[in-house]
Write a protein that binds this ligand. Structure first.
Ligand SMILES: O=C(CO)COP(=O)(O)O
Length: 252
């Protein structure tokens, strides 16, 4: 991995976490990370928005950052139930995930929606983690690379740079299933994303590309060693410091 791409190990807690237990977990993670004198990777937890401020405070003097899981494209206004990137920043977030497949599926988010949200993230000076990934049927139809191209080209925010944008490749069929693509599949898709980015931006070679989908302590080493894999976006195995730490430990 080129030195210019600092790995990012990110946890996406999804709709999990109540205050007391979550605070214990982030404090445990922050304590483990703080023992590393010169961390070689960035560590991130994206909790539910209800926990953001407390967790940001708990992790404040540690290498662990916090981020949002989604945001509205607008800064404020009549959008009941939505949360803006401005609010996430105000709560202590440094990153925001956009275009997760669960948002694309559960909320019908299109590439255009994801792009607008990512642009809102950049306007706040936060880092956008833009998710892409094929479904099982798309994979079986042999259209994986086409789907990824379409998502990358049309979800990438204008103004994207290596400093403000991260791409996460999460095959939908690998999320929460215990199934992972082969190392060669991951390598092929990540190389493809890099090629696409090279056509879209100047510093594409410095953009971090994360792999997500059933990453655990037992497979993280192998996945993180793949060319063009610059970190992980982890769901289930990020919920406790005990499970997440072995993944962080691969890079830190
Ligand atoms: O969706 C994911 C992270 O955003 C991956 O979830 P799992 O690690 O639980 O498969």
């Amino acid at each position: 991995m080129p030195e210019t791409r600092r790995p990012l190990i990110a946890g996406n807690w999804k709709m999990n976490g109540l205050a007391d237990e979550s605070l214990l977990q982030i404090k445990d993670l922050a304590a483990r990370a703080s023992k590393i004198s010169d961390p070689a990777c960035d560590v991130l937890i994206c909790p539910p928005a209800t926990l953001l401020r407390d967790l940001a405070k708990a992790a404040m003097d540690s290498p662990v950052a916090v981020g949002g899981q989604d945001c509205h494209a607008n800064e404020k206004g009549a959008h009941t139930g939505d949360i803006s990137a401005t609010m996430l920043k105000d709560s202590g977030a440094h990153y925001c995930i956009v275009g997760h497949s669960e948002r694309r599926t559960d909320h019908g988010e299109t590439n255009a929606d994801v792009k607008s949200k990512a642009e809102a993230v950049l306007r706040e000076g936060l880092i956008a983690i833009v998710c892409v990934g094929e479904t099982l049927s798309e994979r079986e139809a042999g259209t994986t690379l086409d789907v990824i191209s379409d998502q990358v080209r049309n979800s990438l925010p204008s103004g994207a740079t290596a400093a403000n944008t991260v791409i996460a490749y999460e095959p939908v069929w690998a999320i929460g299933t215990g199934k992972t693509p082969t190392v060669l599949d991951v390598q092929t898709v990540h190389a493809h994303i890099r090629t696409e980015l090279n056509e879209l931006m100047n510093d594409a070679n410095r953009v971090r590309l994360l792999y997500g989908g059933s990453v655990k302590g037992s497979n993280a080493g192998e996945l993180m060693a793949v060319e063009n894999v610059d970190g992980a976006l982890v769901g289930g195995a990020s919920l406790t410091a005990e499970d997440f730490w072995p993944i962080v430990n691969v890079c830190i």
